[in-house]
Design a protein around this ligand. Structure first.
Ligand code: SME
Length: 176
């Protein structure tokens, strides 16, 4: 699979309509599952997922993980895109809110989100999904940012949440 994922090539600055985005993500899912199926190393899983989601969701300017290093701190992990903040406190930003509240943060307009952290000031919308271990502890968050407003929907959020749960929460013998 050195070619990565087999999907139609798209320009990075255009947002597909919601139904087409969902169809593209559904088309990518079995390919992503096949690539990740035998892997148990979390960094390898996160790095590969960041790469494959970067190809699947080309309207993003940042796709990747922040990893929880203690009760109050996230540190940047594997990602694609413009340079991200290295450290995010759990009491700050959209990523901090997702980790602290253990809930998905779907933000159609980052300017309307109190405390949003502008690592890349082109970002206009974002989706952040917590990554749980088998004990229900938030180990990381998946952060997707786009320079286009309203670039993510509830159905994409549900699909990605399911993918994260099967990849990180329900997988035996994972090496965190
Ligand atoms: N937007 C995030 C910060 C991380 S980056 O943009 C890569 C936030 O407010 O949590």
């Amino acid at each position: 699979m050195s070619e990565g994922i087999a999907l139609d090539p798209l320009p990075r600055d255009e947002l597909l309509a919601e139904e087409l985005r969902i169809a593209r993500l559904r088309e990518a899912l079995p390919q992503i599952r096949a690539v990740l199926s035998g892997e148990r190393n979390v960094i390898s899983l996160q790095a590969t997922l960041a790469c494959l989601l970067w190809e699947t969701l080309p309207w993003c300017n940042w796709v990747g993980f922040y990893r929880r290093v203690d009760e109050t701190t996230l540190k940047v992990g594997p990602y694609h895109g413009t340079m991200g903040c290295l450290t995010i406190s759990l009491d700050r930003g959209v990523c901090g809110a997702a980790a602290r509240t253990k809930s998905v943060q779907l933000v159609p307009d980052v300017h309307a989100f109190e405390g949003h952290i502008a690592c890349d000031d082109r970002s206009r919308s974002e989706l952040v999904i917590p990554v749980f271990d088998a004990d229900g502890y938030v180990r990381a968050v998946l952060d997707l940012d786009s320079p286009i407003p309203n670039a993510f929907c509830e159905e994409e959020s549900r699909i990605l949440d399911g993918l994260l749960r099967e990849t990180f929460t329900e997988r035996d013998e994972l090496r965190w």
